[in-house]
Design a protein around this ligand. Structure first.
Ligand code: FAD
Length: 405
C-alpha cells in the first residue's frame, strides 16, 4: 500500500516522484518498473552509448542512495499486469499486489515492430531499452552492411553512428524525405545532404517486400522494384506505440495514448497518466496530442506532482526536442507542422543556422542546427502570451534576441 503508486520507472515516472518530494509531499511513494535496472535516460542509447562515449552508469538518472534518501521506493524488474480501480490496487506479474491512494501511469511507449516477412531473423533489431542497446551494440560491432528501416530520429541517429564506425549504411524510407512528420522540408533536405556526405545512402518512397535471410540470419532487405540491399544488421525504426493497454483494460479512455486533461488526470480522479503513454491537450498543437520527448516527460511529471501536492498548474510548456546526428545538433522549439512561411538565419553552409517557421502570419516554431542559443531564445519567445507576427519579426531583422526582450 502506498499513497502514490507510479507505474513505470522511466523518465516521467521518476520525475513525478522527485517533484513530489520537492513539493514537500510526505506520503509514501512506490514506483513499479518492469526493467531490472534503476531509471535511466534513453537518448544516449542511439548516440554516445553505441559509440562507447557514454557508459551504462552514466545513463542512470539517480543512484539508489538518492532514492533511499528521498524515500522513493522502487520495485524494479516486475511488470504490473492489471489495475483494479474499484479496490485501488495494481496487480503484479509475480503475484503481489499494491494498493494506491493515487496512481500515476507512466508506462512510456514501445517500438512498432516490423510485421512483414523476415522480422524474426537474427540480426533484425529495434531500439528502445538498455537491453536493446546492448544487443544492438554487439550486432553493430560484427556488422559490415547495415540497413535502417525508417528515416525518423532514432533511425538517423543510428545511421550516423553506424557510418562513423565505418559500416556501409542504407536508410530505407517510405516518405520522400527524412524526419518528414517532424521537421520542415528545408531541414530534411539539409540533413539528407549531410548524411550523404558521411556515406549514408537513402532509398526514398521505398516499399519493402521482405527482410531476407535463407539460414535464419538476415542477409538483405528486398525492395519492391527488385533491388535487394545487403544487410547483416537491420534496425527497424518505424515509430512508437503508447503502452496504454493496461489503462484500456481498466476501463480508462485510450485514443493514441491514455486520455488526460491539462492537469494530467484521467476521468478517474484517483488515476493520472504522464509522458509518452498519454494523450494530452496541448495549447501549441491547438488540440490533443501524444509527445515522445524527454522534456514532455519531465514537464508532465512536474505537473502531476504539483497537483498531488495541492498546487495545480495546467500543462502549458512549449514543446521542444533535440536529436544529435553525427556532429549535427538539431533542436526544435514549438511545432512547425503546417507552416506556410519560413526564414533562415545564420550560416547553412557552416552548419550553424536556424529556420523560423510561421503559420498564418505568426511564429509557431524554430528549428536550429548547432545553434543552441537560438533554441533557448525561441523557447522563451514562443512562451510569450503573443508570439511575434511575421511583420514584427521582420521589423526586428529576425533577430531572436531582440524578439525575446
Ligand atoms: P519511458 O522512459 O520509456 O519509461 C516507461 C517505463 O515504464 C519503461 O521502463 C517501461 O519498461 C515501463 N513499463 C511499461 N509498462 C509497464 C508495466 N506494465 N509495468 C511496469 N513497468 C512498465 N527524447 C528527446 O527529447 N531527445 C532525444 O534525443 C531522444 N532520443 C531518444 C533515443 C532513443 C533510443 C529512445 C528510445 C528515445 C529517445 N527519446 C528522446 C525519447 C525519450 O527517451 C522518451 O520520450 C522518454 O523516455 C519518455 O519517458 P516516459 O517515462 O514516458 O517513458
Amino acid at each position: 500500500q502506498a499513497d502514490v503508486v507510479i507505474l513505470g520507472a522511466g523518465q516521467a515516472g521518476l520525475q513525478a516522484a522527485l517533484s513530489l518530494r520537492e513539493e514537500g509531499f510526505a506520503g509514501t511513494i512506490q514506483m513499479i518498473g518492469d526493467e531490472p535496472v534503476l531509471p535511466y535516460q534513453r537518448p544516449p542509447l542511439s548516440k554516445g552509448f553505441l559509440l562507447g562515449a557514454v557508459t551504462e552508469d552514466a545513463l542512470v538518472l539517480r543512484p539508489q542512495a538518492m532514492l533511499d534518501k528521498t524515500d522513493i521506493r522502487l520495485a524494479a524488474g516486475v511488470a504490473a499486469t492489471r489495475i483494479d480501480r474499484a479496490s485501488r490496487h495494481v496487480l503484479l506479474a509475480d503475484g503481489r499486489s499494491c494498493g494506491y491512494g493515487h496512481l500515476v501511469i507512466a508506462t512510456g511507449s514501445r517500438v512498432r515492430r516490423w510485421t512483414g516477412q523476415g522480422g524474426e531473423l537474427a540480426g533484425v533489431a529495434t531500439l528502445r531499452t538498455l537491453a536493446d542497446a546492448r544487443t544492438l551494440g554487439a550486432l553493430l560491432e560484427a556488422a559490415g552492411d547495415v540497413v535502417v528501416i525508417g528515416a525518423g530520429f532514432i533511425g538517423l541517429e543510428f545511421a550516423a553512428v553506424a557510418a562513423k564506425r565505418g559500416k556501409q549504411v542504407h536508410v530505407v524510407e517510405a516518405a520522400d524525405r527524412v524526419m518528414a512528420r517532424a521537421v520542415t522540408p528545408a531541414i530534411s533536405a539539409f540533413f539528407r545532404e549531410r548524411h550523404e556526405i558521411a556515406g549514408v545512402q537513402f532509398r526514398f518512397g521505398a516499399a519493402i517486400e521482405a527482410i531476407v535471410g535463407p539460414q535464419g540470419r538476415v542477409t538483405g532487405v528486398a525492395l519492391a522494384g527488385g533491388e535487394t540491399l545487403p544487410a547483416d544488421l537491420v534496425l527497424v525504426g518505424i515509430g512508437g506505440i503508447a503502452n496504454a493497454e493496461i489503462a484500456a483494460e481498466a476501463g480508462l479512455a485510450v485514443d493514441n495514448g491514455i486520455v488526460v486533461d491539462a492537469l494530467m488526470q484521467t476521468a478517474d480522479p484517483a488515476v493520472s497518466a504522464i509522458g509518452d503513454c498519454c494523450n494530452h491537450p496541448n495549447p501549441f498543437a491547438g488540440g490533443r496530442m501524444r509527445l515522445e520527448s524527454v522534456q514532455n516527460a519531465i514537464d508532465q511529471g512536474r505537473v502531476v506532482a504539483a497537483r498531488l501536492a495541492g498546487k495545480p498548474q495546467p500543462y502549458h510548456a512549449v514543446p521542444w526536442f533535440w536529436s544529435d546526428q553525427g556532429d549535427l545538433k538539431l533542436q526544435m522549439a514549438g511545432l512547425t507542422t503546417g507552416c506556410d512561411a519560413q526564414v533562415t538565419i545564420g550560416d547553412r553552409d557552416a552548419a550553424r543556422f536556424s529556420l523560423l517557421a510561421f503559420r498564418a502570419g505568426q511564429l509557431v516554431g524554430v528549428e536550429s542546427v548547432n545553434r543552441p542559443g537560438d533554441n533557448m531564445l525561441a523557447r522563451r519567445i514562443l512562451a510569450l502570451p503573443a508570439p511575434p507576427t511575421y511583420g514584427e519579426a521582420e521589423a526586428a531583422g529576425f533577430d531572436l534576441k531582440a524578439l525575446s526582450a
